[in-house]
Design a binder for this molecule. Structure first.
Ligand code: SR1
Ligand code: MG
Length: 426
């Protein structure tokens, strides 16, 4: 049956039960009588409804886009088409990074609804990190995910025509890009109704962000790069709330912000959220030094994420760059091979600089913008929270303004380690 936009309705529990029961494969997968299925709404993100449905045989996760931003309400409409782009991105990521995204079971375009494999006993990585848990598989999995999804959707691996078709397929997701353009690259640096921060401790810092023209130039350069550099298919919102983990598995979820953008935006998102978890950790301590082992692991992970990502990306490039960029015919012989290798190194150096800048932007938005994260929010004492946040912001400002001071990832972790001991005066 053809389904148009008019067929959209929000499926709450009863309607969802009827809908799932009407899809033969899902009914069989869940097993038992539909009336006995348990249906629980578990969405704690900012945009959508998410249900866990369990039957006698099995379970599924169901995600439905709302026609507005859940966090704010109906006053902020948002296109349902984001469910289409999420489905498209998940399908592509499943091809490129098998086993690292949830399996897709069903999609209904008109209902903006997707049914996926139920990830159990996985938890949202951010929640695990607030509790101080370490994830041994994370580095290898997330770097495989990023290296493969970014490399294979770039001009290094695709023909110019394929690449442009990819850009076109995601170009309509501009409303989600606009959220990022506003909430990450603009609002934290100006008076905006929806901004918030830990007041009164961070009031002065918030005012500084609004007055600092060097910072305004730096964030605007990053914004332009985000808007005008379709290097590869990005996840677009790759924070630790978009990653589900167990000790042995990692799954990347929620790519509704997917579009063709600068690679450093995804890599920077991962690093920023690890660094925020690091700074927040002091606020979760019940006794001094209690979480040192966890904090050591987080900084080690920051270093390993960049190093393993860069290694894997370069391996893919060296092994089979059949894209239209850097034509093999221009790099023949020993001299050509040496020049191409030097160029690869230079490319990674530029990507690292982008990554550092985007990581800084992703940090500042979580402390002064609309959407915060539980790493900091769950620190109950506002002064302790502000201390952790001020340390993260100080590092972020340095990363944005003094890019030259961070030629390697070890320079970032060294600065973070030092700032962990800094006591802001408030
Ligand atoms: C209004 S949406 C706020 C944020 O939630 C998503 O997770 C994205 O990070 C977005 O910026
Ligand atoms: Mg999300």
């Amino acid at each position: 049956m053809a389904q148009g936009q008019g067929d959209y309705r929000i499926l709450h529990e009863a309607a969802l039960r009827d809908y799932l029961a009407s899809v033969a494969d899902l009914k069989a997968l869940l097993g038992s009588e539909p009336a006995s299925w348990s249906i629980t709404e578990v969405g704690d993100g900012n945009l959508n409804l998410v249900f866990i449905v369990k039957g006698g045989q099995g379970g599924v996760a169901v995600k439905q886009a709302l026609p507005y931003v859940r966090l704010v309400g109906e006053s902020w409409p948002l296109p349902l088409s984001r469910a289409h782009y999420e489905y498209l991105a998940l399908s592509r990521q499943a091809e490129l990074a098998p086993g690292l995204v949830p399996a897709l079971l069903h999609h209904n375009e008109a209902l903006a609804l997707t049914v996926m494999e139920l990830l159990e006993p996985h938890i949202i990585m951010r929640k695990g990190m607030v509790a101080g848990s370490q994830y041994p598989r994370f580095v290898d999995d997330i770097t495989t995910f990023m290296a493969r999804t970014l490399f294979f959707t770039s001009d290094l691996a695709l023909s110019a025509a394929e690449k442009k078709q990819g850009i076109a397929a995601f170009a309509g997701n501009h409303a989600l890009c606009k959220i990022t353009e506003d909430l990450i690259f603009t609002d934290p640096y100006r008076i905006a109704e929806q901004n918030r921060w830990t007041t009164p401790y961070l009031d002065a810092l918030a005012a500084e962000l609004r007055d600092d023209m060097d910072l305004h130039v730096a964030i605007s350069r990053l914004k332009l790069k985000f808007m005008a550099s379709p290097e590869a298919l990005l996840h677009g919102d790759l924070h630790t709330g978009s990653i589900m983990v167990t000790d042995g598995e990692t799954r990347v979820i929620d790519p509704e912000f997917a579009f063709y953008g600068p690679m450093g935006f995804d890599v920077g998102a991962v690093l920023a959220n690890l660094l925020m978890a690091y700074f927040a950790s002091a606020g979760h301590e019940r006794s001094p030094g209690e979480r040192r082992a966890f904090e050591h692991w987080v900084l080690e992970t920051v270093e390993q994420v960049w190093n393993a990502f860069a290694r894997k990306f370069l391996e893919l490039w060296r092994a089979g760059a059949v894209g239209d960029a850097y034509p093999a015919s221009l790099f023949a012989g020993e001299t050509g091979a040496a020049r191409l290798e030097a160029e690869r190194q230079a490319y990674m150096q530029r990507l690292f600089a982008d990554t550092v800048g985007f990581a800084a932007a992703k940090t500042i938005r979580r402390i002064f913008g609309l959407a915060h994260n539980i790493d900091f929010e769950l620190i109950e004492d506002p002064r302790r929270r502000a201390i952790s946040e001020a340390r993260a912001v100080r590092l972020a400002r340095m990363m944005m303004l003094e890019a030259g001071a961070f030629p390697t990832i070890a320079d970032v972790t060294a600065a973070a380690r030092k700032l962990r001991e800094w006591q802001p005066e408030f």
